[in-house]
Design a protein around this ligand. Structure first.
Ligand code: FES
Length: 137
């Protein structure tokens, strides 16, 4: 059964990157539930090679968001994630920076899974737009 409070999107909403797909952005909190230390994070999820991958939307170089327009995180061929600020290139499946100013560093991976044709957040608490300023419950 799907925990609807953790559903990011329908699996069908994620189009494969090589078919022109974009990332779907979401907000989450990570940490111990009801703790003051919950981190609010901007994240994204993508479809690549039949799998889904999610990362915190923060480049390990200067900590800016990767996308130049919301959800635009892929190179022209849909084979790598690219940071719009200085052009770092990341492997989609590992988040490893393969080239650019932060070569060898990793994007912060977010655990997601597919349940009943939904993309579900595993390792945090999903925030809806109207929850962005309050504590997740
Ligand atoms: S901030 Fe991403 S490459 Fe510089």
């Amino acid at each position: 059964m799907v925990d609807t409070s953790q559903v990011i999107c329908a699996r069908a909403d994620l189009v494969e990157s090589v078919s022109g797909g974009k990332a779907i952005r979401f907000m989450m909190r990570r940490g111990v539930k009801n703790s003051q230390d919950l981190q609010k994070l901007s994240c994204f999820v993508v479809a690549f090679g039949g799998e889904i991958y999610a990362y915190v939307n923060k480049c390990p170089h200067r900590y800016t968001e990767l996308d130049w327009l919301p959800g635009e995180v892929f190179d022209d061929e849909g084979l790598y994630l690219v940071c719009a600020t200085h052009g770092a290139v990341f492997e989609v499946n590992s988040g490893l920076c393969a080239d650019g100013p932060c070569k060898g560093l990793l994007l912060d991976k977010v655990q997601v899974c597919e349940v009943d044709n939904h993309v579900v957040l595993v390792d945090g608490f999903l925030l809806r737009e109207n929850e962005n300023n309050g504590d997740a419950s």
